[in-house]
Design a protein around this ligand. Structure first.
Ligand code: ZN
Length: 353
């Protein structure tokens, strides 16, 4: 892919600068190193893009490992990042830049060999410099990987069998790389609703000063559950996968907590991280309850998930409803408010990182 630097004008004021594709770790934690590019407040509503000679020309403070883009860069690569779509973040009233990096799966990451679907890319958005917290939240819109249910991946990094049921039964060593997800009672696919919730949450997190790693911003991303987890491990400080459960009773919100089986909790990387997974989950369900959502059975259910089994940052699957739940814009607005409050509570109580 061409190393194309793009300046994307969104709405009336926000500027999103898409940086070259990155393996993420070396570019992570840019913090206040990058410089805001004040917006020209162009009255465009359409996304435009242009190549610039080098990252330095943008004053973006990017490291030298980003090769200068050729002015003759193929502009078709503009469509390679999701920020080139209408799904770009909402305008920033302060007119400061939101910087977006395309994140690519890195085969040198720990457990990378266990992933089977990883040609897709994620997008790392850096919050505007003013008020930036320097915390990266990975938002993972559940499902949305065509072909993902026909590919199998190892449930656990060490190949041991699952200790609980779920989409795949207990005792299995392999599970669907990414399942299709459920369907709402009105026929709406779960993946469509999780995407809406993810996009709403992204915008609120950015406004609150969090950097956001977006796993999926369109209908499909070719990243399996392992690849999604490894992206979060290497590029984020926590990982929140948004789901709706397959039941049809509108039973309430819960997160998939870490199974208490000794064999599971003693397996790495679970052993070193299960307490933070559960702490994040409890903070998030409490916050969702505080915005008016009901909890199902105290808000947690033990589940042996691929995501949890491979996570080295605080990581949860949150079921924000089920197939009978309201998924109107209003309801999604409440869910995203709760998720941001939960992230706030977690990092306030557990330190920045
Ligand atoms: Zn789901």
């Amino acid at each position: 892919m061409n190393q194309l630097i793009r300046r994307v004008l969104i709405g009336a004021s926000a500027v999103v600068i898409a940086l070259p594709m990155t393996g993420c770790v070396q570019n992570l934690k840019l913090g206040s190193d990058y410089v805001a590019t004040s917006s020209a407040a162009a009255p465009q509503t359409e996304v435009t893009s242009q190549g610039t000679p080098s990252p330095a020309a943008d004053g973006s403070g990017q490291k030298a490992d980003s090769a200068p883009a050729s002015p003759s860069s193929d502009t078709s690569s503009a469509s390679d990042t999701a920020s080139g779509t209408s799904a770009a973040p909402a305008s920033d009233p302060a007119g400061e830049s939101i910087i977006a990096e395309t994140v690519k799966f890195d085969p040198s990451w720990e457990y990378a060999a266990n992933s089977r679907i990883n040609t897709g890319t994620a997008t790392l958005y850096h919050a505007k410099p003013t008020g930036a917290k320097g915390i990266v939240v990975c938002i993972n819109a559940g499902h949305g990987t065509k072909g993902g249910s026909e590919v199998k991946t190892l449930c656990h990094p060490d190949g041991t069998p699952k200790v609980t049921g779920g989409t795949t039964e207990a005792g299995a060593t392999e599970a669907q790389a990414v399942s299709t997800g459920t369907v709402f009672q009105d026929g709406t696919p779960e993946a469509e609703v999780t995407l809406k919730a993810a996009l709403a949450t992204r915008d609120k997190l950015l406004m609150a000063g969090y950097d956001v790693l977006m796993i999926r911003e369109t209908e499909d991303v070719q990243l399996d559950n392992i690849a999604r987890s490894l992206m979060a491990n290497n590029c984020a400080d926590c990982h929140i996968a948004i789901h709706y459960d397959s039941t049809g009773t509108d039973k309430g919100v819960f997160f998939m907590s870490v199974p208490s089986e000794e064999s599971y909790r003693s397996m790495e990387p679970v052993a070193s991280h299960y307490e933070e997974h559960n702490a994040l989950g409890r903070a998030v369900v409490k916050a969702l309850e505080s915005v008016g959502l009901k909890l199902f059975e105290g808000g947690e259910m033990e589940m042996d998930l691929t995501q949890t089994s491979y996570s080295t940052v605080p990581s949860i699957d949150i079921e924000v409803g089920d197939t009978a739940s309201d998924h109107s814009e209003e309801s999604i607005n409440v869910v995203s408010d709760g998720l941001v409050l939960g992230v706030d509570a977690y990092f306030q109580n557990n330190g920045a990182k």
